[in-house]
Design a protein around this ligand. Structure first.
Ligand code: NAD
Length: 466
């Protein structure tokens, strides 16, 4: 039976855009996105969506109340759906033993329990969230433990590979869609149904079908490989800074080898985002549980290198400013973990800002898409800087880069927003304290031009001489 109604549980960075694109490309399918958060659903139904993604507004406006609905009524959406995507968050457990830390599947579990409680007909349940390998087994146990006569479940793994900032583009032109299912006639039939949904816009040759466990593990592996490339080039950036090599030239030379390729070889202040660290920690945890300590240690290095890079960059800022930032005015440009998103989860800017606050700096912050409350919340999380009053007295959030840089000693660029490339740096320089410093943590600025203006410039992976 073709899929007529889809329910997406979880209206976040993945659930919202994926369900919106399915609704756009499959007008005959009714898609209802549900979330336990009333606020989030209210925002999805308003003019100001809860997340920023280029083109998302346009897609939602086209489909909303046509065949795309946002609701807090989980029961009705689950009851009516033929196919249910679970797109809830799978955060790292706060506490754990060993270096790896398990993904907390409590939200996946509660979604599965809800489905088991409500379903009265057959359902295809799809893991869209990133989960540990063999999670489908646990989900199926929950569903089948609440078995009702006449209800049968097929569980599929269909991990999401979109990147924030390009989510709509990635969903519309996916390199590949991965679908894992049980190797049984019923499993194959369920995989086929989901293939038919994607085939509305994804060529069949780009839809890869595997067994469930390969699909689950492939998502963790893909994120581990991507993060590994960043850590690899970042490790070399440290070598470049002391030898006279330029990491951009090295990356270009290395990336032109077709066996290696040029993507994801940008050295920077470090990777962020909600996924890379979480998924590698999860992989490390799985390896530890499987008694594979050498494999666990191998992947742990990717995270350790990222931590080192963030600390190394923060230390460079402090050392360059006469080894003290106490009461110095420092601007941080960019707070999101990457451009074109308002998401700050695991953003390197948080690490840099907290380090500078710990050293007594006064911070001036500007990000084009991150709200003030989010910045304050991120900086007052109970870690090193666990005193909200201290943070509030030392952090000011601005609405544009010019006021954020006025009368400050240094600019620390943490996010690669395009608009930072075209600022009037002559004007900025004239309004800053002297000597005026720029630390370009994303390597996006014209360093020669900045030096000509008078800035003292530092960046990643290249020693700049005046
Ligand atoms: P998110 O935190 O933005 O959204 C998750 C949503 O699920 C929240 O709105 C939350 O309220 C809701 N939720 C949680 N439990 C619920 C329940 N039982 N019933 C109803 N709603 C519930 O998370 P996200 O960034 O969208 O990530 C979701 C999953 O997708 C994670 O496993 C993540 O690893 C994976 N993923 C994320 C990205 C990304 O770029 N963010 C990319 C690929 C995969």
């Amino acid at each position: 039976m073709p899929i007529k109604k889809i329910c997406g549980i979880g209206a976040g960075y993945v659930g919202g855009p994926t369900c919106s694109v399915i609704a756009l490309m499959c007008p005959e399918i009714q898609v209802t996105v549900v979330d336990k958060s009333k606020d989030r659903i209210a925002q999805w139904n308003s003019e100001k969506l809860p997340i920023y993604e280029p083109r998302l507004d346009e897609v939602v406006r086209t489909c909303r109340n046509r065949n795309l609905f946002f609701s807090t009524d989980l029961d009705t959406a689950i009851m009516e759906a033929d196919l249910i995507f679970i797109s809830v968050n799978t955060p790292t457990k706060t506490f754990g033993t060993g270096k790896g830390r398990a993904a907390d599947l409590k939200y996946v579990e509660s979604a599965a329990r809800k489905i088991a409680e409500i379903a009265t007909g057959d359902k295809i349940v799809v893991e869209k969230s990133t989960v540990p390998v063999r999670a489908a087994e646990s989900i199926l146990n929950i569903l089948r433990a609440n078995h009702r006569p006449g209800v049968s479940y097929q569980i599929l793994s269909n991990p999401e590979f979109l990147a924030e900032g390009t989510a709509i583009e990635d969903l519309l032109n996916a390199d590949r869609v991965l679908i894992g299912g049980e190797d049984t006639p019923e499993g194959h039939a369920a995989v086929e149904e989901l293939c038919k949904v994607y085939e509305h816009w994804i060529p069949r040759k780009n839809i890869l079908t595997t067994n469930t466990w390969s699909s689950e593990l492939s998502k963790l592996a893909a994120n581990a490989f991507l993060a590994q490339r960043i850590s690899s080039i970042n490790s070399l950036s440290a070598v470049c800074e002391t030898t006279g090599a330029d990491v951009s030239e090295v990356a270009r030379a290395v990336g032109l080898d077709s066996r290696i390729g040029s993507k994801f070889l940008e050295a920077s202040v470090g990777f962020g985002g909600s996924c890379f660290q979480k998924d590698i920690l999860n992989l490390v945890y799985i390896c530890e549980c499987l008694n594979l300590p050498e494999v666990a240690a191998y992947w742990q290095q990717v995270i350790d290198m990222n931590e080192y890079q963030k600390s190394r960059f923060s230390a460079k800022v402090i050392e360059s400013l006469f080894n003290t930032v106490s009461d110095k005015q420092i601007t941080i440009l960019g707070f999101a973990f990457k451009k074109n998103t308002g998401d700050t989860r695991e953003s390197p800017a948080i690490h840099v800002a907290k380090t500078l606050l710990d050293e007594g700096a006064m911070l001036h912050l500007f990000d084009p898409k991150v709200e003030e409350e989010q910045i304050i919340e991120d900086l007052t999380h109970p870690t090193v800087t666990d005193c909200p009053e201290y943070v509030k007295s030392r952090v000011t959030i601005y609405q544009d880069a010019y006021t954020a840089t006025r009368d400050t000693h240094a600019i620390v660029l943490c996010t690669e927003w395009d608009e930072f490339k075209t600022l009037d740096y002559n004007r900025i320089y004239s309004e800053m304290m002297k000597p005026a410093y720029i630390f370009d943590g994303r390597k996006i600025l014209d360093h020669d031009a900045l030096q000509k203006i008078g800035f003292i410039v530092q960046t990643i992976g290249k020693k700049l001489t005046k």
